[in-house]
Design a protein around this ligand. Structure first.
Ligand code: SAM
Ligand code: SF4
Length: 361
């Protein structure tokens, strides 16, 4: 069956998805992206929602072998923003009428951290009269911790599964109790049971990751009833174990960007009304990555509002884009990009996942 026929089908099989994932010629790629944009327009609208991202700390108890801020990277200068600094960034996001905020950091599970986050969530709600939506991306926590943060006012949570191929998952994480696939999966279940809108995603374009693996990742999103997807290409960080091991065997930049865009497009076509982010990592490999992501079906952007002093210290991978731009400049550039695509930026609204509402109605 040719690509055009597959794209016209109402129900796609796994085999269809793998065929789409293997597309490698410009004509068929164009068909794929056009179809994904059509599905986006129909199910979530030609609209883009911003989540103002604050990277509040690069202190981490984990040692993921791909990540620049892993615990054992002693070259990193560690920082943790204090409450005033975080609230200064929150105020900027609120004053600029972004509907939502996203707090991200390295992972900590100690009670001081858990209390601090709970307090910050309440302060954000207070400052914005409940108007700012709050997304968290703070790693693996206990059910009780997730529940406390939810009760304080957070309503969306991002926790990437990184890869649903358990051999890859094992390879990219240390072999210890702190880095287990099943624990991560259980965290996603906790989050769903508590009532969060749940986001997950994977890194794309790792050595030995096949097209079928990526299709399995999309099937996992469906099985787990995931509401939001945040996924992007894997990018080397030279001071990490995988940055060194994979230096010469990582797929080319073009290949990783193409795979990243295909993942967005096929996820959009298959899952229809979930929220999908065009991530910074996509832009890290291609200056036009985020626009291309929107054209391939993404509807969420997460512009960073991290204070200038700290941006350069939250380096997950090499050549992270935008670390020298002020928040004002980053916003102006992004507004232009979205308009160039023809999408509308929606200010002042949460932009919840339509799938989440449909699932619960
Ligand atoms: N610590 C939390 C966690 O791991 O869920 C949140 C922050 S963590 C830095 C956010 C995401 O960054 C991870 O889920 C991972 O997918 C991504 N990331 C880390 N290193 C990366 C790399 N070298 N290339 C691409 N993405 C990376
Ligand atoms: Fe820590 Fe998250 Fe990086 Fe893993 S991916 S080392 S948990 S910040």
């Amino acid at each position: 069956m040719n690509i055009k026929d597959i794209l016209e089908k109402n129900e796609l099989t796994k085999e269809d998805l793998v065929t789409l994932m293997k597309i490698d010629n410009p004509t068929d790629l164009d068909l794929l992206f056009k179809k994904a944009y059509e599905v986006k327009a129909k199910y979530v609208g030609r609209k883009v929602y911003y989540r103002g991202l604050i990277e509040i700390s690069n202190v981490c108890i984990k040692n993921c072998k791909y990540c620049g801020i892993r615990r054992d990277n002693h070259k990193v200068e560690r920082f943790s923003m204090n409450k005033d600094e975080i609230m200064q960034a929150v105020k900027w996001i609120y004053d600029n009428n972004y509907g939502s905020i996203a707090l991200q950091s390295g992972e900590r599970q100690d009670s001081e951290f858990v209390d601090f986050i709970e307090d910050i969530i309440r302060e954000i709600k207070k400052l914005s009269n409940g108007k700012l939506g709050i997304t968290l991306s703070l790693g693996e926590q206990s059910y009780e911790t997730y529940k406390r943060w939810f009760d304080a006012g957070a309503h969306r949570y991002l926790l990437r599964i990184e890869s649903t191929n358990e051999n890859i998952f094992k390879h990219i994480h240390p072999q210890d109790k702190k880095h287990e696939f099943q624990v991560r999966k259980r965290c996603l279940e906790f989050l769903r049971d508590i009532g969060y809108q749940v986001g997950t995603g994977v890194m794309i374009g790792m050595p030995n990751q096949t097209e079928e693996d990526l299709v399995n990742d999309i099937l996992f999103y469906k099985d787990m009833k995931i509401d939001m997807i945040g996924m992007g290409p894997y990018i080397l960080h030279k001071d990490t174990p995988l940055g060194q091991e994979w230096e010469d065997i990582v797929p080319t930049t073009e290949k990783r960007v193409e795979l990243g865009l295909k993942m967005i497009a096929i996820t959009r076509i298959f899952l229809k009304d979930v929220n999908i982010a065009a991530t910074t990592a996509l832009q890290g490999l291609d200056p036009l990555g985020r626009e291309k992501g929107l054209l391939a079906g993404a509807n969420i952007l997460m512009p960073t509002a991290t204070l200038q002093d700290y941006k350069g210290k939250y380096l997950l991978y090499d050549n992270k884009p935008g670390i020298d731009d002020s928040v004002e400049r980053a916003k102006a550039l992004l507004d232009e990009k979205v308009k160039s695509v023809g999408d509308e930026i929606v200010y002042g609204e949460w932009g919840d996942s339509p799938y989440f509402k449909r699932k619960n109605s």
